[in-house]
Design a binder for this molecule. Structure first.
Ligand SMILES: Cc1cc2nc3c(=O)[nH]c(=O)nc-3n(C[C@H](O)[C@H](O)[C@H](O)COP(=O)(O)OP(=O)(O)OC[C@H]3O[C@@H](n4cnc5c(N)ncnc54)[C@H](O)[C@@H]3O)c2cc1C
Length: 414
């Protein structure tokens, strides 16, 4: 890059935050490429049947809506307070945004980033040396199955976490046998009441997990069991207590509270064919083929117990892919795997509701590696408290750093 050239920005991932970051960069007239390994909004497509807890007004920005309106003046947005599904959000916002003149030519789909390095510098070289930051990043891209090398001056890693599942075994490692039958286990949020109905109808399903994803699965299976009464659900959760989901007092996100309430009712009353076992940890699993299904050996309140199931759904959370930047100087949190400064700032908020957690300021986005930033849900690592609203704020903050203008704010009302 010549001295006065604007920095070339590489955005990794065309999820909601990658697209927003690219839009912000283009509005500032910076050269941008978005690399997306799947489709635009790939992860949203995968859980597209699920309703977002936060309303549309919180999941979109003034900048994005204005860009869409310029190219598609007749486009109608959902109401600010509407809670729509992931799929509806793609139609209402993500796809039109990606098709705007400002963004359409800078997005490359089927382009997977596999590794990133710094030209001329190994991980251990040039610690704190400004010369390291003056060298471009080297980006290895698998583009339509062909490997290529590209360069950028600034990297915004917005690759999310959704497609990297965690493991079922006690202590977070794979349960004995899990590696052998990984492909048979459903780790994501399946469309139980839609395209995957016949996979679950009339089956015995074992759900493992204690968060909102497991709650969604349990509620959808219970709805299915109302029609297909031979559907049976066993729900295993690590935590103690009679209710799997902690409800937040006066939760303003009504969709979320409704889900927690229904899931807790199913677990405690045994309604909807749900049998709930708290204090359960998994030791071993065996898959005997489509006819025999799974035998899952667990400890329930310390006592060994084996469960038989046709289907196994492991909604146990996801984890960031940190292998992309193994050769860079990224300070990772030893607990969350998020970038350290942000993770430390988030730690102060403990188990507070995500709505109550403010953005942590531009300094929290910095890494020892100059001009490399992790944004969006990946920036929270294993902490599942991320909200799109906070991601949009990160975008504003990161460009104030890149442009060296603390008060830069393209969202500010004029
Ligand atoms: C079921 C569910 C419901 C949610 N509901 C809400 C809600 O109501 N409100 C809210 O604010 N948040 C919600 N979230 C949290 C969060 O806002 C979403 O996860 C959101 O999709 C995060 O956006 P993102 O852009 O950071 O990452 P993602 O949407 O995860 O996008 C990452 C993109 O990067 C791509 N990618 C990954 N690896 C590579 C690679 N190596 N090379 C190139 N591309 C790559 C992926 O294909 C994907 O398209 C929810 C999350 C889930 C899972």
């Amino acid at each position: 890059m010549a001295k006065n050239d604007p920095p070339r920005i590489a955005v990794l991932g065309a999820g909601p935050i990658g697209l927003e970051a690219a839009l912000y960069a283009k509005t500032l007239k910076l050269p941008v490429t978005i690399y997306e390994r799947g489709r635009i909004g790939e992860h949203l497509h995968r859980w597209g049947h699920v309703r977002l807890f936060s309303p549309f007004g919180m999941n979109s920005t003034s900048l994005g809506r204005a860009a869409i309106k310029i190219d598609f003046p007749k486009h109608e947005f959902p109401g600010e307070a509407d809670c729509i599904t992931g799929r509806e959000h793609i139609t209402a916002y993500i796809d039109p945004l990606a098709r705007t003149d400002v963004l359409k030519d800078c997005i490359r789909t089927d382009a997977r980033i596999t590794a990133i390095g710094r030209r001329g510098y190994l991980k251990e070289d040039g610690i704190g040396d400004a010369k390291r930051g003056a060298q471009p990043f080297r980006i290895l891209v698998r583009d339509n199955n062909k490997e290529k090398l590209e360069e950028a001056d600034v990297i915004l890693d917005c690759t999310g976490t959704y497609s990297q599942h965690r493991w079922l075994g006690d202590g977070g490692i794979p349960a004995v046998g899990e590696g052998n039958c990984e492909k048979e286990i459903v780790y994501h949020l399946d469309d139980i009441l839609g395209v995957r109905r016949s996979f679950y109808a009339g089956k015995t399903v074992l759900i493992v997990g204690g968060g909102y994803s497991a709650a969604t699965t349990a509620c959808n299976l219970a709805t299915l069991a109302e029609e297909q009464t031979d559907t049976w659900i066993t729900w295993l959760c690590r935590s103690a207590g009679s209710q799997p989901i902690k409800r937040l007092p006066n939760d303003t996100l009504k969709e979320r509270d409704r889900l927690a309430m229904r899931a807790n009712m199913l677990a405690t009353r045994g309604d909807g064919g749900v049998e709930y076992h708290p204090q359960s940890v998994i030791d071993e699993l065996e898959y005997g083929g489509p006819d025999k299904g799974f035998a899952v050996t667990a400890r329930v309140a310390g006592k060994p117990k084996t469960f038989q199931a046709d289907r196994l759904v492991a909604n146990i959370g996801s984890t960031p892919d940190t292998s992309l930047y193994r050769e860079l100087q990224i300070h990772e949190c030893y607990a969350s795997l998020g970038p350290m400064a942000l993770a430390a700032a988030l730690l102060k908020h403990g188990s507070a509701d995500c709505l109550a957690i403010p953005t942590q300021g531009p300094a929290a986005l910095k890494n020892p590696e100059p001009n490399f930033y992790i944004l969006g849900s990946k920036s929270y690592g294993r902490n599942s408290n991320f909200l799109l609203r906070n991601g949009f704020e990160q975008v504003r903050e990161v460009f104030s750093l890149i442009m060296g203008k603390a008060d830069l704010d393209l969202y500010k009302k004029k």
